[in-house]
Design a binder for this molecule. Sequence first.
Ligand code: NI
Length: 204
Amino acid sequence: MKTGHAAERRQRDRRTLILATSLVALLLMATGGYLALTGATHGPRDAVIGGPFELTSSDGQPVTDGSFRGKYLLIYFGYTSCADVCPTTLAGVADALDVLGRRADQLQPLFITLDPVRDTPSTIGRFAASFTPRLIGLTGTPEALRKVAREYRVSATPHPHADAYRIDHSSVLYLVGPDGRYLAPVRADQTGALMARDLARYLS
Ligand code: NI
C-alpha cells in the first residue's frame, strides 16, 4: 500500500510538473508576443517624437505647445544667422502657405531657435516675419530650447570658433496635429509647392 501511494504521488507530481511547464511556456509565448507587438509600435525606429514645450514669443510672452491646440503645427528648428539652409527652408514654408491658400489657415508654422544667446525674442520675431507674417519665431532659455530640441530629435552642433559663426543642425519640418501629437516629418529640402503637396494630405 505504501509503495502504491508513493507511485501515485510521483505520477501526480509529474502531471503537476507538466502542467506548470506548459503554463510557463504559454506565458512566455504570450509575453514574447506582447513584447514583439509593443516593440513594433515603440521600437527605436518609431521613437516618440515631439512633446510639451515652454518658450518665449517675439513680444516676450510665454508660449507653450498648448497655446496652439486646434491648429496643425509645422515646426522648424534653426537660427537666425544661418547662412543658407534656414532661410531657404523658411522661404519654402512661406511659398507652401501661399500654395495652400485658405487651407493654410489650419496651419501654424513655428520657427524655434537653436541659438538662445543670439536669438533674442525681437531678433527671432523680426527674422520670422521677414518670410511671412504668419511664421511665429520662438526662443527661450537654453534649458527649454535644449529640451524641445531633444524631444524632436534635433541635432545641433555649434561651431563658435569657425570663421563664420555657425551651428550645424538637422533640417526637418515636423507636422503636429491639432491635438498636439506629432504626425509626420515633411522634407525641408524641397520647394514650397512640394511641401504644400505633402501638407495637403493631412489638412482638410
Ligand atoms: Ni540653418
